[in-house]
Design a protein. Sequence first.
Length: 290
Amino acid sequence: MTSILVTGSNGQLGSEIRELTTLYPEFKFIFTDIEELDITSLDEIIQFVEKHKVNYLINCAAYTNVDGAEENVDIAEQLNAKAVKNIAEISAHYQIIPIQISTDYVFSGKGFKPYNEDDETSPGSVYGKTKLKGENYLREICPKHITIRTSWLYSPFGQNFLKTMIKLGKEREELHVVSDQVGTPTYAHDLAKSILKIIRRLENDKNFKEFGVYHYSNDGVCSWFDFATEIQIIFGNNCKTKSTDSESFKTLAKRPHYSVLNKSKIKHIFGLDIPHWRGRISHCINRIKS
Ligand SMILES: NC(=O)c1ccc[n+]([C@@H]2O[C@H](COP(=O)([O-])OP(=O)(O)OC[C@H]3O[C@@H](n4cnc5c(N)ncnc54)[C@H](OP(=O)(O)O)[C@@H]3O)[C@@H](O)[C@H]2O)c1
């Protein structure tokens, strides 16, 4: 039976994959987080993959605190870069196909049209730089891999913008949200489904050759202000959202002004039908409410 190891599986994306396992009875899933498998330890991963026969490794573990990474450079480097090097080396040796999750932060954010997979990368933050290093290790050491760059992830699990907006919207009458940073939200449930469809395709097509980098977010474009406004309306908070700009909302890490990802490649190669961001918020909110 095809075996899929999911690392960092208590986070947003890992939790969404866990919810989908019954739809994929042909796969055996092994869910781990740092307590069971610390991906910064090469020895631990070797022992783990020698004990459990692993065919695919979905790496959901990362240092995802974008502002925290500016101050904790070593930790971000360990988890986002060196641990991915471990995964790349072990995957190449044991013939495992790794599915790595990366980010829109690898781009400068100065563009004006959706980023393609082979557009020039130029990260402006420690988080983006360390995630790009991880991508590069995989490319160099284990060419037979899939890297999926995504953006603005949200889900009913963990910490994310949607949950913060719901909480603040209950407490406050007015919220100021930046409208000069434009991108696309990604419902982690949709990304999780797509990852499993990709693995199913790789399983059914042993001659598959299109390994490498792909972009995935929901479809469409919005600002954080648009996203926050839609969240308040759909949740039913009586909170007014007002637009502000990045100058009045300073953060430790530099945020990209434009980070829309072009999804043509993943749609074409894997035949994915990607839903528009606006239509997915209610699905997530209904799960949070229930
Ligand atoms: N969140 C976003 O907006 C966003 C946007 C673009 C791309 N991404 C990428 O998408 C992926 C999934 O993100 P996410 O939001 O689901 O992440 P998340 O919720 O922060 O989950 C990451 C998980 O990894 C665990 N972890 C930390 N150190 C570990 C270690 N040494 N070994 C094993 N597990 C460890 C964390 O545990 P603790 O909680 O105990 O630390 C957590 O359970 C990441 O690669 C991220 O870079 C995220």
